[in-house]
Design a protein around this ligand. Sequence first.
Ligand SMILES: [Zn+2]
Length: 359
Amino acid sequence: MIPRNERNRNFQPKHRKVRFFPILLRLAVVSCVTVLMVLIPQEAADFQTASIEQSQSTNLPVIGNRSDDSALNNEALTDKLERFAQMTTEKKERRAKEAAYYLNEQIADQVMDSDWSLIPSTVSPGDIILVRHNQPGKVNWLDKDYKLEPFGEGYFTYLPIGIGTKPGTYKIGNQVLTIQAKQFDTQSIKVTKQMASMKQETDRIQADQKKINLARSQSSPEFLFTTTFIQPVEGVLTTPYGYTRYVNGKLDSRHTAIDLAAKEGTPIHATNDGIVALADNLYLTGNSIYIDHGMHLFSQYAHMSKLLVKTGDKVKQGDIIGLVGTTGFSTGPHLHFTFWAHNVPVNPNLFFGTTPFHW
Ligand SMILES: [Zn+2]
């Protein structure tokens, strides 16, 4: 057996030689890796991975590769990529926001991928349509310009088809609107001499009209509703929309609203979400409310016994806004109800249980 100090003495020189070279080798490898890590920052690798992912989801070409971009400023590229990713997210959000308004995903895609859409494309005099275009601009309809307002991924306006519009086909954008002929009945009502004389108070009537025009001149440039419109009161339909009305045998006006007879004091509900544009006692329509539903669409409620909201109030679909009455030019308790689009009265029946996006 070799003594311990002997053994050490024998092995020590050999040991030193073997250890020295691996240490040098290791140092060299570590130095190279460190230099490489400094030369190829992590951003470059991240950028490459992310740009491939982005191009796959958006069909855009891959922006460079690791070796070509080594001279470019990686920080600037990262900023660009972040902005691009943000834009993509915003675009997706706008599309999802608009898509939620349509009946289903298939219809949403069909409309949102079209240049122009008329919703619907076949109507009758007294109706209303919603126009969508994929560009900003305006629509000229019966010698009047209607500005297209941005919403979601598109640009929108309502077009009122006035009750006197001639049936036929009309070009709007690259689409064709068909207006079919429709018969409206007549109605004769008898009122007292005193009531008939109300219509001669032209000064009061004109002063009220100024208030109404002012209230309807401004509208939120967005759709304020998210759900379907409801009939504001359960009642008996006494005068349908569009009737030509004779008062005491004399031609009076077109009844561009519906009359729903109900007991005095019956609650009246907001047809949908919106902002009260006017809540006031007017001479002919009595206690009256106009609600702005956005994009120049208003609902009107008249002859109420009581107003339960005031101008400027925000309302939700179904909120009680007033009570049935017979104030103003009225022969009995009822709600006179209609919609106005850009100051033209349109058929309220089109709205019940649906929304313009489902037409
Ligand atoms: Zn009426």
